[in-house]
Each structure stands twice: as structure tokens, then as C-alpha cells.
Design a protein around this ligand. Structure first.
Ligand SMILES: NC(=O)c1ccc[n+]([C@@H]2O[C@H](COP(=O)([O-])OP(=O)(O)OC[C@H]3O[C@@H](n4cnc5c(N)ncnc54)[C@H](OP(=O)(O)O)[C@@H]3O)[C@@H](O)[C@H]2O)c1
Length: 346
């Protein structure tokens, strides 16, 4: 619905009902109706936005639980927050103007008042699908870019392994590694995802880890000469098996550890002593600390997208009423491609 001339609009919101223990369920959240003033307070630096797309990201589970080790919990009764793409409806901030498009942290609601604009980034290239700014052109894209181009020091011919390879970050990591001339293998949890990895993203090999009872044997099969670079998205038993299969001077880039996120007590990793023998390094990172490289990333990625040298798959849920379902779908691994929620038309 158009908002021109309106002072206030009705505003549906996704609110956390109670803190989650174990895996998140759709019933942990509910949709509530409210209203939103469409004017940014004069004495503020805030903007009012219409949310267009919302991103479902793993870190959100940290904020849904109270036993927080990684992030401040969401306040109960308020809309949850996350990365999104939005259009500015009103601005009290000198750097943002009405009708500009932005991506960054916003609310899971139709309209948001964003008081902290620190990580709000203007969209200067709207000639690609705007939803891409939740993924390939947003935080997951930066995660893959930093992991591959800044941290792992990949060389042509390196043997690269990627877990949760079919998701928002993994699909890009694999394609960057292929463009660099690496030999790339990915793991995912279904035949459909394995097919995408091999036939859409161009991985050399892929396997369904659910069909593999012994990860060490699996990795020996796919990497008879060992692994030079492992992009770890899952942690747990897969990480332990990778440590048994590292080559000398290997690099393990810790993007995330999905298998640990639901655990009240993190699991131990048993094979770390092998890092010494292999003179390997392990590197964790947060993409958000590299946002100063975003313009450089855009210079790299936009031509690749436009020339179809990098492909990108999204799993788009339609409407805020399906947002909680989409988030739980992603957290339980049922997404195929980057999980996005389409909220409003431009
Ligand atoms: N360091 C950073 O700054 C940063 C930023 C963004 C994301 N990350 C991390 O990057 C990783 C990938 O994120 P993403 O956005 O690309 O997510 P995603 O891969 O798009 O979606 C999640 C995937 O995780 C897998 N999965 C879900 N539950 C699992 C489980 N219990 N065990 C194993 N796999 C499971 C599923 O793939 P399968 O069906 O193939 O198992 C699912 O498709 C995550 O660890 C995330 O925390 C890090």
C-alpha cells in the first residue's frame, strides 16, 4: 500500500513470545498488529523505513535464547531484528534522504524506526534484484568475500572443502574458490542440494553428509592428498574429521559452527593437536568488522553477477505472515539457497 501523505500506518510485527531452549519453533514467535508513525523525530538522527526484504540468519538463534554466549537477547514483546533491505520514508539524518534504498539492521515488521544507522548502507546499484542485498550483496556475501579473499591465502590448485556448502555463504565461497582455480568439494544434507552444488555452482564434487557414516573415510575418498583450506560452517564431528585430513600448512577458516548453536554446552573438538604437526592455522572472523571493504567487494562481485560468472540461489518466503516459518525452516536446514522473506513491494 502507498504511504504518501499518511502520518501513520498499520504495522504488522514478528515478536518473540518467550526465550527458546533447544531448537527454535514457529510458535516461539507471533505476528502482532500495531501502528507506526511515519515521521522521524526532529531531534533525532533516525530514519523511518518501509521494509522490503528480511534476511534469515543463523546468529538470530543466539538472540532468541536467554543463555546468551554470543549476542544480546531480543527483548520479549518487541519485533525481532535482523538484516534487511528497506526504502527510506522519512529521515532526520543528514546522510539519508527520502526514497533512498538501504540495507542493514532493521525490524521484522512492515515499517521501522531505525535510530542506530551506524551499519545502514546505501544501495547505489539498484539494477540487480534488491533481495540480493540480504545475501550475495549483503552480510553473507561479505562473509564469503572476507573468508576467501582476505583470510585463507588460497592458491591455484588448492584443495578446498566447504560444509553447509549450499547456503547463502557456502554457495559463494565455492564459486570464488572455483574462479581462483581451486579444486572444490562441498557437503550438504540432501540429493537436491548436492545436485545444485555440482551442476549449478560448479563444485568439482559434493556429497550428502547424511549418507556418510564415517566422515574421516569420506574425506579421505574426496581428498586423497588432503585438504588445504576448510571453510567451516558447522563445527562438531565434521571439523574433527577435517583435522585428520589436513595437508601441511593448511588453513581452517571458521565462518560458523551451526551444529553448536542449539547446544547449551558446546561439544569438544578432539583432533586439534594435529594443527601442530601440520603447521596449520585456524582463523575465526566476523564479517561486520570488514565492512570498510564493502566498496571493494562490490567492484569485484557486481561484474561477476552481471556476466553470470557467479550464480546465486535464493529461497524466498512470501509475506511477513510466513517470516517465522521461514526462519525456523532455515535454522533446521530446510532452505535451499539463501533464505529471504519478501515483506513489501517497492
Ligand atoms: N563469521 C561471520 O561473520 C558470519 C556471517 C554470516 C554467517 N556466518 C556463518 O556462516 C554459516 C553459514 O551461514 P549461511 O547464512 O550461509 O546459512 P545457510 O547455509 O544459508 O543455511 C543454513 C544451512 O545450514 C545447514 N544446517 C542447518 N542446521 C544444521 C545442523 N544442525 N547441522 C549441520 N548443518 C545444518 C543447512 O544446510 P544442509 O542442509 O546442507 O545441512 C542449512 O541449509 C553459519 O555457520 C553462520 O553462522 C558467519
Amino acid at each position: 500500500m502507498g504511504t504518501e501523505g499518511m502520518d501513520e500506518a498499520s504495522n504488522m510485527k514478528v515478536v518473540l513470545k518467550h526465550y527458546v531452549s533447544g531448537s527454535a519453533q514457529e510458535t516461539d514467535m507471533h505476528l502482532t498488529a500495531g501502528t507506526m508513525k511515519l515521521k522521524a523525530p526532529d531531534d533525532s538522527n533516525a530514519v523511518v523505513v518501509k521494509n522490503l526484504f528480511l534476511s534469515c540468519d543463523h546468529y538470530m538463534i543466539f538472540k532468541m535464547t536467554k543463555h546468551d554466549r554470543y549476542a544480546d537477547p531480543y527483548p520479549l514483546g518487541s519485533p525481532i531484528t535482523g538484516y534487511g533491505v528497506a526504502k527510506i520514508l522519512d529521515s532526520a539524518h543528514p546522510d539519508f534522504a527520502i526514497d533512498e534504498l538501504v540495507w542493514g539492521i532493521t525490524g521484522w515488521e512492515e515499517y521501522s524506526l531505525i535510530s542506530d544507522t551506524t551499519n545502514l548502507i546505501k544501495i547505489e546499484h539498484p539494477d540487480v534484484p534488491l533481495s540480493y542485498y540480504t545475501g550475495i550483496l549483503g552480510m553473507p556475501g561479505m562473509t564469503a568475500y572476507v573468508g576467501f579473499y582476505e583470510l585463507c591465502a588460497a592458491k591455484k590448485g588448492d584443495h578446498v572443502f566447504i560444509s553447509a556448502a549450499c547456503g547463502g555463504v557456502g554457495q559463494l565461497l565455492g564459486q570464488f574458490a572455483k574462479l581462483h582455480g581451486c579444486h572444490v568439494v562441498g557437503s550438504a544434507a540432501s540429493p537436491e542440494k548436492v545436485d545444485l552444488l555440482k551442476n549449478k555452482y560448479g563444485f568439482d564434487e559434493a556429497f550428502n553428509f547424511k549418507d556418510e557414516p564415517d566422515y574421516n573415510a569420506t574425506l579421505k575418498r574426496y581428498f586423497p592428498e588432503g585438504i588445504d583450506i576448510y571453510f567451516d560452517n558447522v563445527g562438531g564431528k565434521m571439523l574433527d574429521a577435517v583435522l585428520l585430513n589436513l595437508r601441511a600448512n593448511a588453513c581452517v577458516v571458521m565462518c560458523g559452527m551451526i551444529t553448536h548453536y542449539h547446544l547449551e554446552q558446546p561439544e569438544g573438538i578432539h583432533n586439534l593437536p594435529l594443527m601442530v604437526n601440520k603447521e596449520a592455522r585456524i582463523q575465526g572472523y566476523l564479517a561486520v568488522d570488514y565492512y570498510h571493504l564493502y566498496p571493494k567487494y562490490l567492484e569485484t562481485i557486481l561484474p561477476l553477477i552481471k556476466a553470470s560468472k557467479v550464480v546465486y540461489v535464493e529461497d524466498v518466503a512470501d509475506g511477513l505472515e510466513n517470516a517465522a516459518k521461514a526462519l525456523v525452516r532455515m535454522l533446521s536446514g530446510r532452505n535451499v539457497g539463501k533464505q529471504v522473506v519478501a515483506v513489501n513491494f517497492l
